[in-house]
Design a binder for this molecule. Sequence first.
Ligand code: ATP
Ligand code: MG
Length: 622
Amino acid sequence: MGVGRWRVWRGLASWVERPLPDASANSQGTVTNAQTPNAQRPTRNAERTTPNAQRRTPNAHVTAAPPKRDFIRELVVEDVATDRFGRSPATRFPPEPNGYLHIGHAKSICLNFGIAREFDGRCNLRFDDTNPTTEDVRYVESIQNDVRWLGFDWDGLFYASDYFERLYEIAELLVSKGKAYVDSQTDEEIRQNRGTVTTAGVDSPYRDRSVDENLDLLRRMKAGEFPDGAHVLRAKIDMAHPNMIMRDTLLLRIRHAHHYRRGDEWCIYPLYDFAHGLSDALEGITRSLCTLEFKDNREIYDWLVQEAGFENPPIQIEFARLELDYTVLSKRKLLRLVNEGFVSGWDDPRMPTIAGIRRRGVTPEGLRNFAEAIGVARKPARTELATFEHYVRDDLNMRVPRVMCVVNPLKVVLTNYPEGAGEELEASYYPHDVPLTGSRLVPFSREIYIERDDFMENPPKKFFRLAPGREVRLRYGYFITCIDVVKDSAGEIVELRCTYDPATRGGDAPDGRKVQGTIHWVSARHALDCELRLYDKLFTVPDPDDLPDGQEFTDVLNPSSLVTVPNAKIEPSVAADPVGTRYQFERTGYFMSDTVDSRPGKLVFNRTVTLRDTWAKVKERG
Ligand code: ATP
Ligand code: MG
């Protein structure tokens, strides 16, 4: 009897990470097994999925609610009411394609795209690709993929590198207006003459070049006549400005480098301050949302859009970046983890990257709910990892089927069960408080595996599971009583001998007797071998960016962030599920089959998150 007997197709249910090849054919969640003997045959289906807003959540405090009115949304409401910009709200998400997106970017994506959605505006995806040396097309692709996976689509797809011509025109305009000049100091001289927060800078000896000389030099910079570093274009503002960024801000620099999109067309490249606000203005953005570290850049942002002559230019608003405990959210640091081999790649499930989180099994809905729940604020704050896990778990709870997998198997022989016999027990996929239906048949036989931890030879008082002479319930099955413990020569328990009570099929005793424990199990003969990857925090300290002198973040990596269990035992119903299928392994945690390494005959499951909700405890404490 093949496992196909228990296998039923479901539709493109959301617990499958990778769409089925013929998803459309199955989109009704129909049973495609032509041999299905009767309509009552157990199935797992998605038909009763209740839309987000109506579904019943076990925790009232996490019910999906419309996004909170934060200070940014308040401003947008006002913009709309007063028609402040003369156009509908427009935002953008502006990643630099020099690494994969992480969970902090997810916050920014949800904010920017969310606002566009809520206010009937638009949101662009713009690659801030002005640095030829660190950018790569593979990052461009991964970023688009990640934004889509999160559930958003852009109104416009733009590249700052497409604005090089426009930015150059603005550079000439500034020079003509006497608002920019070519400086020929060395990098070192420029740095030294900038002054400090407490002392004014020193004017460059080239500051008073004539417009004609500046124009001539700028054109020759563009034409490639000078080596890297020979000249830079600077805004002519004030070398004594209290805001250091305003001390003749650098606008364009010479870099004879190949750009991944523009090739060798350009040898002058705009700096962040020059490119960013003007790109926003060129796209008609209204509110340019960015993280707090750009607060001081707002002044040059305003100066440039104004000097360039934009009417109703965009306005920058800063919010606190996401800082999550036990992880780092900086592409530079994440790149080091990848390059130095601390993780298997950008999509290692321990990474806080969207690719890593996705491979681990987190749903886009879980991530979005988290982003919405933490909201946006003006003040920096750290977010507990437990908060993230809470939203991940809360979403999975409502959508994934429950199956049985034994992590650390201990064989149990049911001495009074006929040898060679077997049967199928109906097991529901979902608990009562989840508005989904469906069940499968699990094979039962004389030899089963239970979790080693579910047996104790000399149990303490509060241990309610199996022990010598003690009776427990097998989930969906029978009551069993332990009558003997078999050990090897080293004294290690290798097998339990138990009896089962045939009258308790389905889990209740006709005589009304109760048992205190219910444990999960799999039939030894039918179970499939599988590998489990148990993931934990990547770092041992809450803030790996804040360490004592002499230590760096790679010194506080958690050596047990991945524990591999090579030979767990799982019920056969999962055999033909596509990779990327999510489950709750009863009493163990949420898992997803690995989209890279799992295949029929060699199943691999990643633990997305454990079952315990530590956040509830955190809340109690708080
Ligand atoms: P990193 O420090 O990871 O390199 P970055 O700010 O350099 O991040 P960008 O590609 O420039 O990365 O970021 C794109 C957008 O995402 C920016 O608007 C930035 O403000 C936002 N962003 C980056 N990190 C976070 C974070 N931790 N929380 C919220 N928004 C973030
Ligand atoms: Mg950046």
